[in-house]
Design a protein around this ligand. Sequence first.
Ligand SMILES: [Zn+2]
Ligand SMILES: [Zn+2]
Length: 294
Amino acid sequence: MRHRLLALSLLICLPPTAALAASPESWSWPLDDHRLGARFDPPASDYGPGHRGIDIAAGVGDVVRAVAPGRVTFAGRVGGVPVVTIDHGRERSTYQPVRARVRVGDAVHAREVIGTLLGSPSHCAGTCLHLGRRAGKNYLDPLDLLGGGRFRLIDPSGPPPAPPTGMVGSLRRPVGGPITSPYGMRVHPVTGVRKLHDGTDFGVPCGTPVHAAASGTVIGTGHSGAYGKRVVVRHRPGLTTTYNHLSSQSVSPGDRVAAGRVVGRSGTTGLSTGCHLHFMVLVDGHPVDPQASV
Ligand SMILES: [Zn+2]
Ligand SMILES: [Zn+2]
């Protein structure tokens, strides 16, 4: 009997992470109310279109709770969007747009309030929480865990959680010149269709050097239909910028670039009416207004 008691007290005294490693769990809902909006729609490529999480409809000011125990590794603006990231060991959960009540380094328990939901910037028709689930660079479907799936919180033999990079939403302007068309809904000058203009246009002559808005890694330099010749730079997990309609590219995939490095020259390739730079900022795959961050 005494031995059993001793064993039990030893178990209780294990550090929390070790205890979690031994007890896989699922996620709990981050909002008290959970009406699902857009579902997870993983992109075919790193920077392709898609929906890298799920949207949960809620009200402005609703409390947002941690989906599982973990540690806050980011609480700040990414491309103008306030984001909280919690590291659970092998996986991370991300919440946006959220006014954080936690700080980087805070340990949180499941269902602990981490902030309140903001009304904007939002990519939903109404107010919603965009909840993401990531393992390394990969995006996973949060619903697999919210639906009662199993989740291994900490792998004691795995790599330690990556520290936050400290990058926040301050990007440099990639070129000078006037803003000739801002981000937002508009009638497309070529197709005549009313849709989201998903970036900011800078009016510059063809051949103008285009600079990286922040340091990062080049993850794409292809030719992409309407965007023409483009360069895609990833600055940190979840934050990407793209430079479109270029006449030439001067970097290759895999290149590390410093902020301000010339990545190419402006042009009018793709669906474009004249020389300009179409500059995009993507947060977790969603375009956001670049003018909120440059
Ligand atoms: Zn979303
Ligand atoms: Zn444009």
